[in-house]
Design a binder for this molecule. Structure first.
Ligand code: GRF
Length: 193
């Protein structure tokens, strides 16, 4: 697919596990004429993910895998190769990809994490941030390497924490920012590669 600028849009696969609100925003973004990506495929480890249900209303192909062993990854790599996927966006994807898999897509896998990395890697970020009485949190889009939430940071957005924020209200506030940050980070990455 060719975008407004005459440049071929990068074929993108999104990996999800749950709600898929970031996925939906990326799909919306990909449909803009000047977007550098087109969403070609969505993979999930969870067939009951809300995001997968949503895709039934679209023409985007979705596939479910356990992501439990190398065999699954081999099958996935074959599909990604066959569909000529250029970019992978992890969006609320709760599985860890193998070192080998990451190597094969080196510099082409992005993730969004709900904290100001390198602070608060891993799970339950909002609970930990609130417990530590932090004044700010935020979200980060980064490249994926073999260490958890540790690849090169592409973009971050800071969010102020109010006195009466709890993990739920903070998650909601940050998610809203994630939806804007992910498209911006993709534009930034693709304009420099
Ligand atoms: C987001 O907060 C993302 O940063 C984290 O998981 C959440 C996924 O939300 N990794 P959604 O599935 O995109 O709605």
């Amino acid at each position: 697919m060719v975008g407004l600028t005459g440049v071929r849009k990068k074929k993108t696969a999104i990996f999800i596990s749950g709600n898929g609100s970031n996925m939906k925003k990326l799909i919306k973004f990909s449909k803009l004429r000047n977007s550098p990506i087109c969403v070609d495929l969505v993979l999930s480890n969870n067939k009951k993910a809300n995001g997968i249900r949503y895709l039934k209303k679209t023409k985007i192909v979705s596939k479910i895998f356990n992501f439990k062993n190398n065999k699954d990854e081999e099958k996935i790599l074959k599909i990604l190769k066959k569909r000529k996927i250029d970019l992978i966006c992890l969006a609320g994807f709760m599985k860890i990809l193998s070192r080998d898999f990451i190597k094969k897509f080196n510099g082409k896998i992005l993730n969004i994490h709900p904290s100001l990395l390198p602070k608060y890697k891993g799970l339950n970020t909002h609970e930990r941030v609130i417990m530590n009485n932090e004044k700010f949190s935020g979200c980060t889009v980064h490249l994926v390497n073999s260490k958890l939430d540790s690849g090169k940071i592409i973009l971050q957005k800071k969010v102020r924490i109010n006195k009466n924020d709890n993990p739920k209200t903070l998650a909601k506030k940050i998610l809203k920012e994630e939806h804007m940050l992910y498209p911006k980070a993709i534009k930034k990455l693709l304009s420099t590669t």
